[in-house]
Design a protein around this ligand. Structure first.
Ligand SMILES: NC(=O)c1ccc[n+]([C@@H]2O[C@H](COP(=O)([O-])OP(=O)(O)OC[C@H]3O[C@@H](n4cnc5c(N)ncnc54)[C@H](OP(=O)(O)O)[C@@H]3O)[C@@H](O)[C@H]2O)c1
Length: 341
């Protein structure tokens, strides 16, 4: 063992609106010796995800809330430092839900952590938290399974310059669809068109989204992959085609709402167009992840898919780094670097 104490961020209070520094508490408990069947992982990178905001709230959801005083839940990737389990050896690279801390210690088969070995030679470690990890699988299965795009159709994706959105757009482009992104700012729009091969991108901060959709989706919208909800979802609903599919992946514009979540006023467009809107949760596809990882890894090798991560340095910067998601300050998958290997 190289270190005597851990370093953790605990949830200190349930945030009202945007999380504040006082919603966190730092802790440094001792690192205990391992029991049989346990491993200790030194975390190198943490995945910062919009869903973390929801996990801080009380109430029923697809996963139990993080308790007050508990280590904040987060995905991460690291190196097994010590092992008393035959499943992992010291030096293995593993990813899983290990929390906002420098070391994770527990049973190798812990059901909450879902530790899985990854091949660090296949891609840089942050990419395993991105296109080859949870956001990538969300985009891949959400688009293909729920969105069911066909070649030649028009696919619109919001949060286009973020982790999920970037992957959705590239999968759709590789399927032979017309791809139109929606993102905040000229730089993000330029990036997805010039670097990732989207056909067009609407800067929702520069003008009305419905006008952009009219211009860039002259044939209407067949698939809308929604990462943001709110007014943008409402605008897209006015432009959908007959039998359109709307994938409800997330609604980041609503996650810090202190009042009621804003629902779509234009939902009767679903009736008029005999369209459907369906929610998706990435973990429902866990058994099929190897298929998604293999396809995206092959595309990366062939040069038809680019992964981009936005890496913030410094474990101590966790509270402000998390907020970057809600301020639109990330271009690509937001990752916090915790330590060198
Ligand atoms: N269902 C699932 O299983 C699942 C799994 C993973 C993620 N998700 C969801 O997928 C969505 C994207 O997640 P991600 O990890 O890829 O995050 P991300 O897109 O990398 O980062 C979040 C982005 O959201 C945009 N945003 C923030 N506030 C906004 C607002 N008020 N209106 C419009 N856009 C806003 C910002 O981009 P701009 O600069 O463009 O505003 C920001 O960069 C989230 O809603 C997340 O909860 C769902």
């Amino acid at each position: 063992m190289t270190q005597a104490t851990n370093d953790q961020f605990l949830l200190a209070a349930r945030p009202v609106g945007v999380p504040k520094d006082s919603d966190w508490q730092r802790a440094a408990p001792p690192l205990a010796a391992l029991n049989d069947g346990e491993v200790r992982v030194k975390l190198l990178y943490l995945s910062l995800d919009p869903a973390m905001r929801g996990w801080m709230n009380e109430g029923k959801s697809y996963v139990r809330p993080v308790a007050i005083g508990e280590v904040m839940r987060a995905g991460g990737i690291g190196i097994v430092e010590e092992s008393k389990s035959p499943r992992f050896a010291a030096g293995d690279t593993v990813m899983g839900v290990m929390g906002v801390q420098r070391w994770w210690t527990g049973p190798a088969d812990d059901r909450g952590a879902m530790l899985a070995k990854v091949d660090p030679a296949m891609a840089p470690l942050p990419t395993w938290l991105n296109a080859l990890g949870m956001p990538g699988m969300t985009a891949y299965f959400g688009l293909l399974d729920v969105g069911q795009p066909k070649p030649g159709e028009t696919v619109v994706v919001s949060g286009a310059a973020g982790a999920v959105g970037m992957t959705v757009g590239q999968v759709a482009r590789n399927m032979g669809c017309r791809v139109v992104g929606i993102a905040g700012g000229a730089d993000k729009c330029r990036f997805v068109v010039e670097e990732l091969g989207f056909d067009a991108c609407i800067d929702y901060k520069a003008g009305p989204v419905h006008a952009g959709l009219k211009e860039h989706c002259p044939q209407g919208v067949d698939v809308y992959f929604d990462n943001v909800g709110g007014d943008i979802l409402d605008a897209v609903l006015t432009r959908i085609n007959m039998k359109a599919r709307i994938v409800i992946c997330g609604a980041i514009s609503q996650y810090n709402a202190t009042g009621q979540v804003k629902g779509p006023a234009n939902y009767l467009s679903l009736l008029v167009n005999r369209a459907r809107m369906e929610g998706m949760l990435v973990t429902d596809y866990a058994e099929r992840y190897p298929e998604g990882v293999a396809t995206i890894a092959r595309w990366m090798k062939e040069g038809t898919f680019k992964a981009k991560e936005h890496v913030v340095e410094g474990f101590e910067n966790f509270p402000s780094a998390l907020l970057m998601l809600f301020e639109g300050k990330n271009l690509g998958k937001l990752v916090l670097k915790v330590a060198d290997a």
